[in-house]
Design a protein around this ligand. Structure first.
Ligand SMILES: Nc1nc2c(c(=O)[nH]1)N[C@H]1C(S)=C(S)[C@@H](COP(=O)(O)O)O[C@H]1N2
Ligand SMILES: [Mo]
Length: 489
């Protein structure tokens, strides 16, 4: 076989192998791509002096330099393997298998891939060996130029299809690849008696499917964890860029938090509770070194949404969350990462698909909703809601009124109920889970048949009772006592 043809055989087999790996990786998670896995393994294994050298020499192009270097080395191996196989396909096949093994080891040892990930390097190896042997046979017998062109075309198409599929729809693959998230500090178990589901309250923990949703974007941003990064900058001593893996490999904490939307009407549904897993924003910002004079953390989403939160509050209570109820965040709730700040309404704190944290001042920047008429500062107001009976509901026999109350981060100390404007009666409270969560309540009453009105009000642990004055959600949250009319039969 002529040297040029032999070299081409090796190169094309290599291309086919990489393309097959990329195509399968589009379905089992981008990190399963043997090429990227080898690159990531290389980065993880790089001693810090070399890493520092690469960053100081190439800056943010260091990853591109690495991937290009790998491509050159691989191309050299492909050409060499082809040339070594001019008489027999055995040396080239051996090289393909050995490269495949490197890919399998690299993928299998990645911390960020799922169980199916090895399928990608296995497919890669199979494609490399079979394409090599096929081309080798053709080259020796008929040596048609078309065979080479068709192979090259197929390989490029497979790679492009993998790329397109991978970047369009692989959020679920990326979530699967992240797998279960195990916090170092777990949230305390929710005690029995924290909710009164049988009496009509929601369950204490809201399932991720049932968790309320508020987005400004028309479509859910689809970002893969592997391609996501969080920039921390502004009034800090040491700006940082954190990858998903860097966040994940920190000590993760889990916290049960009730999230509340400012646009919730009295009695409305925009409040839910989940176990959020992540890192404390305070830890990250202290590493970055907050400069004097800053008073706002300004967060920006991939989709352009922004929120400004009071810096002192965020330093104390905020999380960069990557998990929700034991799983990576659902795409709808901000995968790969979002902010969760107990005690602040979502629009000034809970940025989903967050990509940028800027330490700044309220004088300098305004979050998305501020020029649209909402308040700059929006702490959660104490609130309570009657879940049963429903408006116009009918009750029979024993009358149990039950509901929900929240006043994060102060916590709920007391809920009272009154019927038909009569005396306030203290409700039985569910087990106290945390000051950053809601609290369920119930009260058993003996009511005469006929129509009634029930009202409720909460008192937080600072002793402040929920405001009676009826105010609209704009500009900083509704107030007023929830009231429900119903009939006892
Ligand atoms: N990127 C982005 N983040 C966002 C929003 C948004 O529209 N876009 N809405 C905010 C508002 S108003 C609230 S109340 C919470 C809701 O979070 P959830 O949809 O997970 O319940 O997210 C906040 N984060
Ligand atoms: Mo909201």
């Amino acid at each position: 076989m002529k040297p040029a043809k032999a070299a081409l055989t090796g190169l094309l087999a290599l291309l086919a192998a990489l393309a097959a790996g990329r195509l399968v990786a589009a379905f089992v998670g981008l990190s399963a791509s043997p090429y990227l896995a080898v690159g990531n393994a290389f980065i993880d294994l790089t001693p810090s002096w070399l890493k520092d050298f690469a960053v100081s020499t190439f800056g943010t192009a260091d990853k591109l330099v690495l991937l290009t270097g790998m491509a050159v080395v691989l191309a050299g191996i492909g050409v060499g393997a082809g040339l070594a196989s001019r008489n027999s396909p055995a040396p080239g096949s051996l090289v393909a298998v050995l490269l495949g093994l490197v890919g399998v080891v690299a993928v299998a040892t990645r911390p960020d891939v799922g169980a199916l990930a090895v399928l990608a390097p296995v497919a890669s190896t199979a494609a490399g060996v079979s394409v090599f042997r096929y081309l080798h046979k053709e080259a020796r017998e008929s040596a048609s130029r078309r065979d080479f062109l068709v192979t090259a075309g197929l390989a490029v198409t497979a790679g492009v299809v993998g790329q397109v599929f991978g970047s369009r729809t692989d959020v679920e693959g990326s979530r699967r690849a992240v797998g279960d998230l195990t916090p170092k500090v777990k949230a305390p178990e929710i005690p029995v008696g924290a909710d009164f589901v049988r009496d009509g309250t929601p369950s204490f923990i809201t399932s991720s499917e049932d968790f309320y949703r508020i987005d400004t974007a028309l479509s859910v941003p689809r970002i893969r964890a592997e391609e996501w990064a969080l920039r921390v900058h502004g009034m800090v001593e040491r700006p940082m860029v954190l990858s998903f893996e860097e966040i994940r490999s920190r000590d993760l904490v889990e916290e049960t938090v009730t999230l509340t939307c400012v646009s919730n009407e009295v009695g409305g549904p925009y409040t839910s509770t989940a176990n959020f897993i992540g890192v404390r924003i305070g830890d990250v910002l202290r590493e970055a070194g907050v400069k004097a004079g800053a008073d706002q953390l300004f967060s920006t989403s991939e989709d352009g949404f922004t929120a400004g939160s009071p810096l002192d509050h965020v330093l104390e209570k905020g999380l960069i969350a990557i998990g929700m109820n034991g799983q990576p965040l659902p795409a709808e709730h901000g995968f790969p990462a979002r902010l969760v700040v107990p005690g602040l309404y979502g629009y000034v704190s809970a940025t989903k698909w967050v990509t940028d944290l800027e330490v700044t001042t309220f004088a300098q920047d305004q979050g998305y909703w501020i020029p649209r008429g909402w308040a700059t500062r929006a702490p959660v107001k104490a609130s309570s809601r009657i879940d049963r009976p429903a408006r116009g509901g009918k009750m029979r026999g024993r009358t149990v009124i039950a509901g929900t109350a929240w006043a994060q981060p102060r916590g709920v100390a007391k809920v009272e109920v009154r019927i038909d404007g009569g005396p306030w009666q203290e409700a039985q409270l569910g087990a106290d889970v945390s000051d950053t969560t809601w609290r369920m309540w119930r009260v058993e009453l003996d009511l005469r048949p006929g129509g009634h009105t029930a009202e409720c009000r909460a008192t937080d642990k600072s002793g402040a009772t929920q405001d009676q004055a009826r105010l609209d959600p704009v500009p900083d949250g509704a107030t007023g006592w929830h009231s429900v009319t119903f009939t006892v039969e």
